[in-house]
Write a protein that binds this ligand. Structure first.
Ligand SMILES: Cc1ncc(COP(=O)(O)O)c(C=O)c1O
Length: 388
C-alpha cells in the first residue's frame, strides 16, 4: 500500500488531544455548550450585550425568507462600509467578509506564506495562528513574551531580535489573547516601520480592539504592509454567528481573493446582525466597557487574597486575563477541572501557550457581574482546597 499523502508531521498538527474524560474535543465543547448553568468564562465571548436591534434584524431576515438566496460572495457592501467606517479606514482600503476572524487569519497566512518563509508569532498567544502558519511556512518563530521585561507583549525590539531574512509575516494580536496586553501608538508606529523597511507584512488581529482603553491600527501607518483581522465574536457578542473579515489595501486583498474558500458568501443572517450591531454600537459600547472593567476589579480583589497568585497584566485591555498560579503550586489544569465541576468554564494555560502553560489560567470576564462574583468565591475556595 502506498504511504499516506499527508505527511505525519502535518497530520499531527491537525489532531487535537481531547480533554480528560471526553472522547473528542468536540464532545467536550458539546458538553459545556449544552449545560445551561455553565458560567461561560472560557472562550472570551461576550454575554453582556442585549441589543434587540441585532436580534430584530435576524428575525426580519428569517421572516422575509431572503436567506434562501446566496449573498454577495465577499459580503454586503453596506457592511463593508460600516466596518471601514468603524475603523476610520474609509480611504484606500477594501475588505471582505468571512465566517469569522479564524477564516480570515487562515486566508491571509495561506496567501502570504511560501514554503521558504517564516512567520513570527508570540507565546503566549492564539495558537491557532501558529497552527495555520505551520501548514504553509518553513518555520514558525514563536517569541517567548511571558515576562515583565517586555511587558508581556511582542515588542518592536523583540521582533527585530527574532526576525531574519526569511521572515515575511508577523502576527500581532492586539489586545493579546490570553494576557490582555496591548500596544502604544509609538510601538505601533515602530512595528509599521519594521514592516515597511523590510517589505514584510503585519497580520494585525484586532479581535479584542473595542475592549481596550486606547487602540491604534497598523493599517494607518503601514497601509501597504498590513492585513487587519476583524471579528464580530467578542465586543459584538456574536461568536456563534461566525462572522468577521479582512481589511487590506486593494492590491493585497486582490491576492487574497486567489485563495478564497467560501466563494458563495457568508451567512446572510449573520451579516444582517452585523449591520445592525455596527449601527447601534455607539449606544452600548460604553456600558460594555464599563461593566468589563468593573468585573476585572472583582477578580483582582480575589487574586490579591491568594498567596503567590498574581495578574501578569492588569488592567487587561481585552475581555480576558491570565492569573499566574505558579507560586501557589496549583496545576492550572487541576484548577480548571475543579472549577468546571462547579460549572465555571475557564481555560488552563496550555490552551494558549506551549512554553508557559503550566503557569496560568485564562478567564474572560464579559459575563454578568453576579457570575464573576461566583468565580471569585469559587477561586478562593479552590485555592484552599488545592494548595500544597
Ligand atoms: C486573537 C483571536 N483571533 C481570532 C479569534 C477568533 O475569532 P472568530 O470567532 O471571529 O473566528 C479569537 C478567538 O478567541 C482570538 O482570540
Amino acid at each position: 500500500m502506498r504511504d499516506s499523502m499527508i505527511s505525519p508531521k502535518k497530520f499531527a498538527k491537525t489532531t487535537k488531544s481531547p480533554p480528560k474524560g471526553f472522547k473528542t474535543s468536540n464532545d467536550f465543547f458539546n458538553f459545556v455548550f449544552k449545560d445551561k448553568k455553565m458560567i461561560w468564562m472560557g472562550q472570551n465571548t461576550n454575554h453582556l450585550l442585549q441589543d434587540s436591534l441585532i436580534t430584530d434584524a435576524m428575525v426580519e431576515c428569517v421572516n422575509s425568507g431572503e436567506y434562501c438566496k446566496y449573498p454577495p460572495p465577499e459580503g454586503f457592501p453596506e457592511l463593508h462600509e460600516l466596518i471601514l467606517n468603524d475603523l476610520g479606514l474609509e480611504n484606500d482600503f477594501e475588505m471582505m467578509i468571512t465566517a469569522g476572524g479564524t477564516e480570515s487569519l487562515y486566508l491571509c497566512i495561506n496567501e502570504i506564506m511560501k514554503a521558504d518563509m517564516n512567520m513570527v508569532t508570540c507565546d503566549p498567544g492564539y495558537l491557532i495562528i501558529d497552527n495555520f502558519a505551520s501548514r504553509f511556512a518553513n518555520q514558525v518563530i514563536s517569541v517567548p513574551i511571558y515576562n515583565a521585561e517586555c511587558n508581556y507583549k511582542l515588542t518592536p525590539h523583540l521582533v527585530k531580535e527574532y526576525m531574519d531574512e526569511n521572515t515575511k509575516l508577523i502576527s500581532l494580536i492586539d489586545p493579546l489573547n490570553p494576557l490582555g496586553s496591548s500596544y502604544t501608538k509609538q510601538e505601533i508606529k515602530e512595528l509599521a516601520e519594521i514592516a515597511i523597511e523590510n517589505d514584510i507584512y503585519l497580520l494585525h488581529d484586532i479581535t479584542y480592539r473595542d475592549f481596550a482603553q486606547d487602540h491604534h491600527l497598523v493599517a494607518k501607518y503601514a497601509p501597504e504592509h498590513s492585513l487587519t483581522i476583524y471579528s464580530f465574536s467578542k465586543i459584538f457578542g456574536m461568536a456563534g454567528l461566525r462572522i468577521g473579515g479582512i481589511i487590506a489595501n486593494p492590491h493585497l486583498l486582490n491576492s487574497i481573493r486567489k485563495v478564497l474558500i467560501n466563494d458563495l458568501g457568508t451567512n446572510v443572517l449573520s451579516q444582517k446582525a452585523a449591520i445592525a450591531a455596527l449601527k447601534s454600537k455607539r449606544q452600548w459600547i460604553d456600558s460594555i466597557k464599563t461593566q468589563t472593567r468593573n468585573n476585572q476589579h472583582i477578580i483582582k480583589k480575589a487574586v490579591d487574597q491568594v498567596d503567590g497568585a498574581f495578574l501578569p497584566v492588569y488592567p487587561s485591555d481585552g475581555n480576558m486575563m491570565a492569573i499566574d498560579l505558579k507560586e501557589t503550586g496549583i496545576d492550572p489544569q487541576i484548577m480548571a477541572d475543579y472549577l468546571l465541576e462547579r460549572k465555571i468554564f475557564i481555560r488552563q494555560g496550555a490552551y494558549t501557550s506551549k512554553l508557559f502553560g503550566d503557569r496560568y489560567i485564562r478567564l474572560s470576564f464579559s459575563v454578568p457581574q453576579y457570575q464573576v462574583k461566583i468565580f471569585a468565591e469559587k477561586f478562593l475556595e479552590a485555592y484552599e482546597a488545592l494548595k500544597l
